[in-house]
Design a protein around this ligand. Sequence first.
Ligand SMILES: Nc1ncnc2c1ncn2[C@@H]1O[C@H](COP(=O)(O)OP(=O)(O)OP(=O)(O)O)[C@@H](O)[C@H]1O
Length: 360
Amino acid sequence: MRNTEEIINALREIYDPDLHKDIVSLGFIKDVKVDSKKAYIKIELTTPACPVRDKIKDEAIEKIKKLGFDEVQVEMTAQVSKHINQQKDLLLPNVKNTIAIASGKGGVGKSTVAVNIAVSLALDGAEVGLIDADVYGPNVPIMLGANEKPTLTPDGKKIEPVEKYGVKLISIGLLLDDPDTALIWRGPIASGAIKQFMTDVEWGELDYLIFDLPPGTGDIQLTLVQTIPLTGAVIVTTPQDVALADVRKAIKMFQKVNVPILGIIENMSYFICPHCGQRDDIFDHGGGKKASEKFNVPFLGEIPINTRIRISGDSGKPVPVAYPDTEEAKIIKEISRKLAARISIVNFKQQAMPKIEIKL
Ligand SMILES: Nc1ncnc2c1ncn2[C@@H]1O[C@H](COP(=O)(O)OP(=O)(O)OP(=O)(O)O)[C@@H](O)[C@H]1O
């Protein structure tokens, strides 16, 4: 009879393409059971939004079947890896990862991208929170169809975030009777509000807490970036060459405060005519990819300009929920999974870093 050791040895041949190690050495195999011609294994990944989840499962079934088992059951689970950061653990002890969505300039679709990624990760099974840190233009509640006021926890000590499509949300737009008052806030008040969003909101256990930052790279953005202990940042851009300068500024801002760039997303990348199917590169094409090569940061993908994306933002029903079977929903899902994989890589590298011991 085949034994569990043979199964584990066979699984050593399966590599995680992002972490560059085999799934046994990575500790992904959590259980192996053998019963005559039947085998059961449990694989635990570092995110439920793993882009190679199905590939790893199929390979595992194939390898075990080759050993002579008639029936192979593979259970796929995930335990999201945690970014270690002292300041984050003080402010947000139950949040594993914090991600900023930023842009060098306004109007590139940063909030649209933040909302769609958050919903997509939640649909994949992750616990997701979203802070609308764009206090000067809090559009996120509209994009998520959230209009109820947040309530207090039963002990009256914290604010309950509003939940939409599996995403926990807080925004100045939900708290102030007149959100326009935030427009006259100075930087320190804005960063004070964001700090309160971190400490005074009952987030519970989160895998990913996403921050939609105000556009630009001025003092306000820099102060905010210093206020939030970040796992990493995503930069949203449009395709034109002129957007490159803004991407550079945004990358520099994060590098100044040692925040890793998780990747660049090109939004409004191209237009597919719904009538004739012809593609038109309205704002040119490829600037995001070019920028990623130039600044040596990962490229996460291209989102087309599309009426359904605009309508879903206006109607408060994001694309992955409103139009789940469309090409744009597929693209958003792929991008959010690539981002989840990048976060796992950053955390994996952090944990693999040698500890330096200083002996006096
Ligand atoms: N790919 C897209 N296709 C169609 N419309 C889009 C797309 N991306 C964004 N939009 C629309 O463009 C407008 C601006 O988007 P959004 O508010 O997300 O940009 P922003 O960069 O966050 O803006 P701000 O600089 O004001 O914070 C919205 O009406 C949104 O629905």
